[in-house]
Every structure is written in structure tokens, then in C-alpha cells.
Design a protein around this ligand. Structure first.
Ligand SMILES: *Cc1c(COP(=O)(O)O)cnc(C)c1O
Length: 369
């Protein structure tokens, strides 16, 4: 019997770099700095450099990265923020923490990412009340940023990218995260850059936005003990930053492994009765998930689980159908269909070619049954 396979495997992410990670943690333990110290500063510099030019502010998690990025670009209580509903609740809870209101935009049927024409329709219908647009680069697939940014600018809205699943993705030759006014990253252990606990960061090329986020993450301080604006505690700690510096060094190589496994799936499943992931023509995805679609999702999921292949479903219920956010009158047919059909196959860097072949074999076998 082969080893069980999971659609996320944070332990494998640690074991792949165990020695380097232990050395980094030891360095922090011996340093005497445990929060917002030299490791955080170094990680901020290195992650900024990864984007070319720009600034990074490390924060406590991805949800707060999004909240602080939104506040940083000027979103306040009562403002409308346009985003998608096939995302993790975090995207919307960040908006609500500010007292702002989410407005949901339909997705493209093929990529399952924010539809630019649907965004334009929402911005036109809301008559200037939407202050900011939050596209989500879901599954590591970059959204149609050239069109989304152009439409947002035309309606006077700012853009904050949810990059929690897209570390290193590229669209039209430019990295996801560098298109908007700011970008929010999560380093939750299962992400393409994963910490050994919670972590997040805001990237921006706007020095004023970076300065504001930097103040917001620690009590509104520019100078210690002087709160210039109401802030909070959303600090990144030194152990996580040291671990993230190790993980960042390996990001491009690990994304290449993901890309290779994804290519193998696309080939191996070409004849399967499934909808395979569609990649936009100018997109360089980083395959946070390899997401197939079938209306028989639950039977396929159960059959694979019996064979030790544990697939994820990101996400089974769209936000506008969640108990906390239910909007019965809102209909987003493509979003609802996607949530009912998606199944995420294991594609993280510890998945081997042989694993991919086994998953494809089981799926082809299920298809015949
Ligand atoms: C993981 C994730 C978040 C939230 O990040 P946390 O670090 O868990 O707070 C937000 N948006 C998306 C799309 C995510 O995948």
C-alpha cells in the first residue's frame, strides 16, 4: 500500500529544509530578539527584492495583511469593497473588520477568477461607492490584472491583491502583487511560502501605504510610545521571519516542481471526464492547488480517499451562502457552480511523478466505473 497523499503537507515542507530551518531557529533563540527584529527586517528586504522594487511590511497573518493593506490604501467604515465569493472567509472578514462592506463580483467560467466585465458592471451599478477592488489569485492562478487595474482606475477605485495563494505567480510578464496599490500575503503553513505558525505581509510600491501599514501593525506608532493613529498589534515574530527567509530561497525551485507536476496531471488526465484547470494565455501560475471540476465531485472524492488520496475542496460554500454572510437574493451562478464542482488534487512539492501517475490512474479507473 502506498503512502497516503494529502492536498497539503506542511510537515513535508519542513522536512525538505529541516537543517536550514533548525539553524535559522537556533540563530533566533540565541539572538535575544523575538519580535520585529533583524530577521523580520531582513525578510522584508528580501521579499521586497523578490518583487523587483517595492516595500514589504511583515504582519501577524494573511487576514490582517489584507485588513491593514485595505486601511493603508484608505478604505474606511462604510466603504464598499468589490471581491469574489469563491474565496476563504478571511478575504471578507478582513473587509468587515474595517466596517467596510463586501460587494461580490462574478467569476470567469473557465479560470474561476474575477471576471473583468462583471467587475465593470458592479462598479458602474454602485455609482462610485466601491473604493477598492480585491482580486484573489486563487489556486496560484493570477487574475486578469491588466483589465482589472484599468477598470478600477477608470472608476476611481484602488486595487489590493489577495496574494495568499500566489507567491511568485506572473501575469502579462509582471508578478502578481505588483499590479495594484498593495498586495496581501499569507504565510500559513500550507501556502507556497509557509511559516511554522501564522505570518503575513503587505507588499506595496507606495511609500505612504507602507508607512501607514507599518504604523497600524503596532499601535499606530511611528516613534515608540507615540500613537499617531489608532493602530493594533499585528506583529511578525523573529522565528517565523527566520523560517520564511529559508522558505523564500526555495520558492522558485518549488514552484517549478509544482509546475512540472501540474503539467503531468494535465497530460495524464487529458482523456478523463473532468474539467481541467484553464490557464489564461498570458499567465504564469504557481499551482498552489491543481483544481479539477466534476458535478460528481463527492463520489470522486470518496473513491480517492478510500485509496489514500486525500483531496481538498477550496471552497465548498461561497461566501454569499455562508450562514454569517448569507445574501439569499444574490445569485452568482458561475461561482456557485464552481464551489459545487471543484476538487484539489495533491500538487505540493513533496508529490512525486509516481504519485501523480497513481492519482491519474485512480481517476481514470473511477471514470470507467
Ligand atoms: C490563506 C488565505 C487567506 C488568509 O490568510 P491567513 O494567514 O490564514 O489569515 C486569505 N485569502 C486567501 C485567498 C487565502 O488562501
Amino acid at each position: 500500500m502506498s503512502n497516503p497523499l494529502f492536498s497539503a503537507d506542511p510537515k513535508a515542507g519542513y522536512l525538505a529544509h529541516a537543517e536550514e530551518i533548525r539553524a535559522a531557529i537556533d540563530r533566533v533563540l540565541a539572538s535575544g530578539y523575538y519580535i520585529l527584529g533583524p530577521e523580520v527586517e531582513a525578510f522584508e528586504r528580501e521579499f521586497a527584492a523578490y518583487h523587483g522594487i517595492g516595500l514589504v511590511v511583515g504582519v501577524a497573518n494573511g487576514t490582517e495583511a489584507l485588513e491593514l493593506a485595505l486601511r493603508g490604501v484608505g478604505v474606511g467604515a462604510g466603504d464598499f469593497v468589490a471581491t469574489v465569493a469563491n474565496t476563504v472567509t478571511a478575504t471578507v472578514s478582513a473587509i468587515e473588520q474595517i466596517g467596510a462592506r463586501p460587494v461580490f463580483v462574478e467569476i470567469e467560467a473557465d479560470t474561476m477568477l474575477m471576471s473583468a466585465p462583471a467587475l465593470e458592471a458592479v462598479l458602474a451599478a454602485q455609482g462610485g461607492r466601491v473604493k477598492t477592488v480585491v482580486p484573489v489569485h486563487l489556486y496560484g492562478q493570477p487574475a486578469a490584472m491588466p483589465a482589472i487595474v484599468e477598470i478600477a482606475r477608470r472608476y476611481g477605485a484602488r486595487v489590493v491583491e489577495d496574494c495568499a495563494q500566489s507567491h511568485g505567480a506572473v501575469i502579462a510578464g509582471q508578478k502578481a502583487g505588483t499590479w495594484g496599490d498593495a498586495a496581501a500575503y499569507s504565510f500559513y503553513p500550507t501556502k507556497n511560502v509557509g511559516a511554522l505558525g501564522d505570518g503575513g505581509a503587505v507588499f506595496t510600491r507606495d511609500a505612504a501605504v507602507a508607512e501607514k501599514v507599518r504604523m497600524l501593525r503596532q499601535y499606530g506608532w511611528r516613534q515608540r510610545y507615540v500613537s499617531e493613529i489608532p493602530g493594533r498589534n499585528s506583529r511578525l515574530d523573529e522565528v517565523q521571519a527566520a523560517v520564511l527567509r529559508v522558505k523564500l530561497k526555495h520558492l522558485d525551485a518549488e514552484n517549478a516542481v509544482r509546475r512540472s507536476r501540474a503539467g503531468r496531471y494535465l497530460h495524464g488526465l487529458a482523456s478523463a471526464p473532468l474539467r481541467l484547470p484553464a490557464v489564461a494565455r498570458d499567465a504564469g501560475p504557481v499551482w498552489h492547488q491543481f483544481t479539477v471540476r466534476t458535478p460528481r465531485r463527492e463520489t470522486l472524492r470518496a473513491v480517492l480517499a478510500e485509496r489514500g488520496i486525500h483531496c481538498g475542496v477550496l471552497y465548498p460554500v461561497p461566501i454569499h451562502r455562508q450562514p454569517a454572510y448569507a445574501s439569499p437574493s444574490l445569485h452568482l451562478p458561475e461561482t456557485e457552480r464552481a464551489c459545487a464542482e471543484v476538487l484539489c488534487l495533491p500538487v505540493h512539492p513533496a508529490v512525486t511523478d509516481a504519485d501523480v501517475d497513481r492519482v491519474c490512474g485512480e481517476i481514470l479507473c473511477w471514470a470507467k466505473s
